[in-house]
Design a protein around this ligand. Structure first.
Ligand code: AGP
Length: 627
């Protein structure tokens, strides 16, 4: 969703801000803008509805040499995605960008309007900027100061006080970054639930909502904790507690990701690169964790704490959104079968608003690629507050969800840039499969042979084998792009895979698509089968093969185009289907991981044939930081 970048230092700010915006593009946005602070002149803002490239093109004549500024990519929540609603927003001396939502903006706006303030945009952000400016004027008059005559230090202290007063009146989870005319070379930020990360390098300070925008400057970063104010000036970062105003020392952490990893490296899109990285993701995620022998356990970081977490577990609740939710659905099969553990799976936006029961022995696991998804974070906080033991499966170890969870099982997928999640899903399933096996061992459950650590160990090789046929699946996708809709059906662990295939299809192609448990077909969906519909049936030779095959006949007799995904060499499925994809012989546990890959490629091929923006589908954001 929205992205923030700020710079103050020795270089010209504009190119650094625009470059930062490019690094944040993958998050999804619909307008962009920047503001450059002028020590002698008022701050100038430039905004466009459209892409960062549109902003670059529209501001070619702007050769300002200013050394500090802020920039933003906006994903519209309050107000249409147009230039007026794009950030930064200005109110008097304040110029501000914002991520997240001001929940009580309407009430605050009414109060400000009653004071005669007129608003130019429909955004909640402008309300924040206006309120902050009001507070600044109030503090100034309380101190009987003249803004034009006081020192930079005194102005800074006035702004700090105004910001703290403003934060008390604003409800919501958000982050703001702003500059104030007259407070030279200085940026102010507040983290109130949306991430802000910062670094200092060679006399300059950089701030962003996402570390990806800063990786090229330095690998040591400081993550601004919630409730803290950040002041950046002349290459230095200072931190203050928003409630007490007390100064604190920023803590810097070394980040293992490198800037090189976020390049396309010769692939036509990030998504394609990420699909092809899956064998490596599985290998990296398992590396150093596989047991030494069958009877010993997986080697997790902080092994003792891992054992304590699962020691007295009675039930598991898995909570997530989107693709991560599909990983949780598959994990339910894993945990119930191999760990004999009662497992409940929830969509985070539902979980947080009902009354989940946290009896003693409840362990809550949240799954999130980004580690910043607002609903998943809220679900984690609810579980933490209720005293349940919690863990996270995240791809970003520095994310808020990873930090706030009781225990972390990180995936090692590296930065995922394509909005459509692929390799992160594979990484999540790899961890979940290993974890379910290990929890089964800790609970003394006898293995049923459906998965073993040897099966997991050969997974990178099996993924690689599937990718050998990628051209074929992409071409098949192109054929499906002409269909009215595509249905995905499967049973057991392949039912959530069917949902995932359908999610990939609709988010990338914008065409209707649905996923179903194969047994549900005749309870409704069969009604819309006709020759313009394609049905992808997941029917490998597993325990449910015969059942799925009979569903296949039902589909065929309604004239729909049938695509069979099954075990390599299955001539029966091959003969019945218009197209056939053979999966390598594998264990039941790794089957859903392997079956998802052709579906990613099919959706990719369909989107490519339709000329869609594959890495950044319309209306979507990579990191959904508002509910
Ligand atoms: C998947 O392709 C989507 N982009 C989306 O469903 C995503 O999985 C969901 O928003 C959850 O994100 P998270 O894993 O970062 O929490």
């Amino acid at each position: 969703m929205c992205g923030i970048i700020g710079f103050t230092g020795k270089q010209q700010a504009k190119p650094i801000l625009l470059d930062g915006l490019r690094q944040l593009e993958y998050r999804g946005y619909d307008s962009a803008g920047y503001a450059l602070g002028g020590n002698e002149t008022p701050t100038q803002i430039r905004r466009v509805a459209g892409s960062v490239q549109d902003l670059v093109n529209a501001t070619l004549e702007d050769t300002s040499i200013e050394h500090y500024g802020i920039a933003h990519t906006r994903w519209a929540t309050h107000g249409a995605p147009n230039e007026t609603n794009a950030h930064p927003h200005q109110a008097g001396l304040i110029t501000l960008v914002h991520n997240g939502i001001v929940e009580n903006y309407s009430e605050l706006k009414t109060k400000l309007e009653a004071k005669g303030i007129r608003f130019l945009s429909q955004t909640d952000t402008e309300v924040y900027a206006q309120l902050l400016e009001e507070k600044r004027k109030e503090v100034l008059s309380q101190r009987a100061s003249d803004w034009t005559k006081i020192s930079n230090e005194e102005k800074e202290s006035i702004v700090m006080e105004a910001l703290r007063a403003c934060a008390k009146e604003v409800d919501g989870h958000y982050a703001v970054l702003f500059l104030v005319d007259g407070v030279n070379d200085t940026l102010f930020g507040l983290q109130e639930g949306a991430p802000l990360v910062a670094t200092e390098a060679n006399g300059s300070a950089y701030i962003a909502s996402d570390l990806q925008a800063l990786l090229k400057y330095r690998s040591e970063m400081t993550f601004i904790p919630k409730g803290k104010v950040l002041i950046a000036a002349r290459g230095h970062l200072r931190l203050f507690d928003a409630s007490s105003g007390k100064a604190e020392t920023p803590k810097f952490e070394k980040i293992e990701w490198t800037a090189e990893k976020v390049e396309k490296e010769g692939y036509e899109t990030f998504m394609l690169k990420e699909i092809f990285q899956q064998p490596m993701v599985v290998a990296d995620t398992l590396s150093g964790r596989l047991p030494i022998q069958e009877s010993s356990g997986f080697i997790w970081d902080h092994l003792k704490a891992h054992e304590v977490l699962w020691k007295n577990v009675k039930r598991l609740q898995l909570v997530a959104c989107g693709t991560s939710y599909h990983a949780a659905m598959i994990a339910k099969y894993y945990f119930e079968r191999w760990a004999k553990l009662e497992t409940q799976v929830d969509i985070a936006s539902e979980y947080r608003y009902r009354s989940p029961v946290f009896e003693p022995g409840t362990v809550v696991g949240v799954i999130s690629q980004s580690g910043e998804t607002a609903d998943t974070l809220a679900a984690l906080r609810l579980a933490n507050e209720s005293g349940a033991s919690t863990f996270s499966i995240c791809n970003v170890p520095t994310s808020t969800i990873a930090r706030e969870s009781g225990f972390q099982y990180p995936t090692k997928a590296g930065p995922e840039i394509g909005v459509a999640s692929t390799k992160a899903f594979t990484g999540q399933l790899t961890v979940l499969c290993a974890l379910a096996l290990d929890v089964g061992r800790l609970r003394g459950v006898k293995s049923d042979g459906a998965i073993s650590f040897q099966g997991l160990a050969r997974l990178p090789h099996d993924c690689d084998q599937i990718l050998q046929n990628s051209k074929e699946w992409i071409e098949l996708g192109a054929k499906l792009s002409t269909k009215k809709m595509t249905l995905f059906v499967g049973r057991g662990t392949l039912y959530p895979v069917a949902l995932e295939g359908s999610l990939k299809m609709k988010e990338l192609t914008y065409l209707p698509s649905e996923g179903f448990a194969a047994g549900e077909l005749k309870h409704g969906p069969i009604a819309y089968l006709d020759p313009e519909v394609a049905v992808i049936v997941l029917a490998p030779k597993d325990e449910l093969y015969a059942k799925t095959m009979s569903n296949l006949e039902e589909i065929k007799s309604r004239g729909a185009m049938l695509i069979g995904i099954g075990t390599v060499g299955d001539s029966k499925l091959q003969e019945t289907s218009s197209a056939f994809i053979g999966l390598p012989q594998c264990s039941l546990g790794t089957l859903p991981i392997l079956a998802a890959i052709p579906l990613q490629l099919i959706a990719y091929g369909a989107a490519k044939a339709l000329g869609r923006n594959i890495d950044r589908p319309r209306n979507l954001a990579k990191s959904v930081t508002v509910e």
